[in-house]
Unconditional design. Structure first.
Length: 381
């Protein structure tokens, strides 16, 4: 942990000669030792000091093999709960739960306390798993209500939990993930990589090869922004192979490709509003409804492309977009080369819902572009 030693030597002498009070001068702090005990001690010290910065040893693998007490209602942790504003800087540094036989189950970080805020830079987190039964959230990181997390230039992989295989953020929390990679994580229920009920931003980040029941990569019940990011090759058993939203969501300047799910291969929107701007939704697959997107409330797609998505189950509809309920408005967008088994390779408008095309093209979809016939003004079959 960084310390600010008292000024001494020449600087102190100069200060005395000028009649000035000696002022503490920060010195470059040496990274902590490359072992579990040193990392635990550094976090304890930072919490006690009201916050601080911890520099990890470069190219070090910090392997955790014990649960740090006490174990609260959120489940076991491998490191002390972050209760203050703490920054952890790494340089190709890894923090992992041991893979040795007999290692107890635990997540790596929990952000809690009264003022918990965690910033991670240049760190790899892997193999976190808080329970055998999948009853705890946040395989690598859990952010409690009202707490703050910022992850930058980091990798979170191979973690498992009930919700949020890599990261789970509760109501009222604030989470920012930037310039990072989340891959190979799994959740028993929602959010293979990330589950959030708070205010969350994912920017310039790649999420791939994650899996869950809902939201193969991301499951959001709060406010979500995905910007300049790639969501690819994730899977959900039921809904939202790439991203599942039930709140307020924005996908901007991003690519959602080659994801799979029972419904909503790329995106599954249940309730609230979802806006997709200047994004590519392509090559996704669903069994029944919405190879690209399945909408249940208010959807706005602007200057975006839905292409080469498909639904493959018997009687499936809406290869590009399945509008189950509510309104979907496509503006200056393209829906091309999508496919369905039964009908509406491009756009399917369910009874009672509305799809509007504004300066948009729906063409080249199989076996037809839109269904039911005449339901989508401006769509030519």
């Amino acid at each position: 942990m960084r310390l600010a030693p008292q000024a001494g030597g020449v600087l102190a002498a100069v200060a005395l000669a000028l009649g000035l009070a000696a002022v503490p001068v920060p010195a470059h702090a040496a990274p902590i030792n490359c072992d579990e005990a040193a990392l635990v001690a550094a976090i304890d010290a930072a919490n006690l000091a009201g916050g601080g910065t911890i520099d990890l040893a470069a190219n070090c693998v910090y392997t955790l093999d014990t649960v740090v007490p006490p174990v609260g209602g959120t489940g076991p942790n491998g490191l002390p709960v972050i209760g203050e504003n703490i920054t952890v800087n790494g340089s190709n540094s890894v923090i992992e739960r041991s893979t040795a036989p007999g290692t107890p189950k635990f997540r790596i970080f929990e952000v809690g306390g009264t003022d918990g805020a965690l910033t991670l830079n240049g760190v790899v987190l892997r193999n976190g798993n808080p329970t055998d039964l999948g009853s705890e959230d946040g395989g690598a990181i859990l952010v409690n209500s009202g707490r703050v997390l910022a992850v930058g230039n980091s990798v979170v992989s191979g973690n498992t939990a009930q919700e949020g295989g890599a990261i789970a953020s509760y109501s009222g929390s604030s989470t920012t993930i930037s310039s990072s990679r989340l891959h190979g994580n799994a959740a028993f229920f929602g959010g293979g990589a990330f589950y959030t009920v708070g205010d969350s931003t994912i920017r310039s980040t790649t999420l791939w090869d994650n899996e869950a029941n809902h939201g193969g990569a991301v499951h959001s019940l709060g406010t979500l922004l995905v910007q300049s990011s790639i969501v690819r090759s994730n899977s959900a058993l039921e809904a939202g192979g790439g991203v599942y939203t039930a709140g307020t969501g924005t996908i901007r300047g991003s690519s959602v490709r080659n994801n799979t799910a029972g419904a909503g291969g790329g995106l599954f929107h249940l309730v609230g509003s979802l806006t997709v701007n200047t994004s590519d939704i392509g090559g996704n697959t669903a069994d029944q409804e919405g190879g690209g997107v399945r909408n249940g409330d208010t959807l706005s797609i602007n200057s975006s492309t839905l292409s080469a998505n498909k639904v493959t189950g018997s009687g499936s509809q809406g290869g590009g977009l399945y509008n189950h309920a509510g309104t979907a408005t496509l503006t200056r967008s393209v829906v091309v080369s999508n496919s369905a088994v039964l009908e509406a390779g491009g756009v399917y408008e369910n009874a009672g819902s509305t799809v509007s095309l504004v300066s948009s093209l729906v063409a080249g979809n199989a076996p037809n572009n839109c269904r039911p016939p005449g339901s989508v003004p401006g769509c030519i079959n």
